[in-house]
Design a protein around this ligand. Structure first.
Ligand SMILES: Nc1ncnc2c1ncn2[C@@H]1O[C@H](COP(=O)(O)OP(=O)(O)OP(=O)(O)O)[C@@H](O)[C@H]1O
Length: 268
């Protein structure tokens, strides 16, 4: 079996007298691609905060890349985790190439007096091409579409050669074509980076990459189902998690969900 990249054991999280997570278990291994699914307020971002070595659990343990949160230096751990956040707080008009290079420095802006090595520049350009942004390396952040920004941020995350890639609602704000291009790119990573493990957070089954292997479905801070995606994502589990009768389908590797309605003709 592949090595464990991430393990959450009996994780409980309390804030302001409220229990937000009630004992979550999750084991992610190298090469696995997880979806973290659930309705608004279920606790997805909170779980992603542990995976990204950003927050500590109240009780329970979180082991990320062999280091236990609370015992290892978080900054060092974070360098091995690629975190793609669509709300990336960039203010200055960096070019795509510069944005990708901020993945080397782990900063939002290019640090003063920092110069990339020729190898880092070459790697940035290779990733820019891999992410389908060929010929756009010199274009500036404010002029980019949401889809281009998303792909630039994935290149930024990959330049530090992470073992774990976290994608927080990567399709938010994308039109259908941009979403499909992004999903194709994420699928491509399974071939170019076969050891990489990933976790995609989403509310929408339609936004799952075809290459998703596992899913953790949560509702109200508790696990509804977890495991290989075909077992974890079913009409019953999704209906339970979202508190509504939802029919789940899969066609050509892609998932879809819609309300399970009884047609009036069938009722008659
Ligand atoms: N630091 C905090 N203090 C108090 N409550 C918090 C804190 N962090 C999260 N919560 C609460 O915990 C619950 C889970 O939040 P979380 O953001 O993890 O859910 P989510 O599944 O990511 O939701 P969404 O899909 O809306 O982004 C919410 O009710 C939220 O208000």
């Amino acid at each position: 079996m592949s090595e464990v990249v991430l393990r959450l054991t009996d994780v409980v999280f309390r804030r302001q007298g409220k229990e937000i997570l009630h004992g979550v278990n999750l084991t992610v291994r190298a090469g696995e691609h997880w979806a973290l699914l659930g309705p608004n307020g279920a606790g997805k971002s909170t779980i992603l905060g542990f995976c990204g070595a950003v927050t500590h659990p109240t009780t329970g343990t979180v082991d990320v890349l062999g280091g236990r949160l609370g015992r290892v230096e978080l900054q060092a751990l974070r360098r091995s985790i690629g975190h793609v956040d669509p709300r990336h707080p960039l203010r200055s008009p960096l070019t795509i190439r510069e944005v990708v290079l901020t993945g080397v420095t782990g900063s939002i802006d290019t640090p003063p007096r920092w110069q990339p090595t020729p190898e880092q520049l070459e790697q940035a350009d290779e990733l820019i091409a891999l992410l389908g942004l060929d010929g756009k390396a010199g274009e500036r952040w404010p002029t980019l579409s949401q889809g281009e920004r998303g792909r630039a941020l994935i290149a930024r995350a990959l330049i530090s050669d992470p073992r774990l890639l976290l994608l927080d609602e990567p399709s938010t704000g994308l039109d259908v074509a941009a979403r499909e291009q992004l999903l194709e790119t994420i699928d491509l990573l399974t071939r170019t980076h076969p050891r990489l493990a990933s976790i995609v957070v989403t509310h929408h089954l339609e936004e799952l990459p075809e290459t998703t292997t596992h899913a953790l479905l949560i509702a109200d801070g508790a696990v509804v189902s977890s495991g290989p995606i075909e077992q974890a994502v079913t009409t019953a589990s999704i209906s339970r998690a979202f508190g509504h009768p939802i029919r789940v389908d899969r066609h050509d590797g892609r998932w879809s969900a819609r309300a399970a309605r009884t047609r009036s003709t069938e009722v008659a």
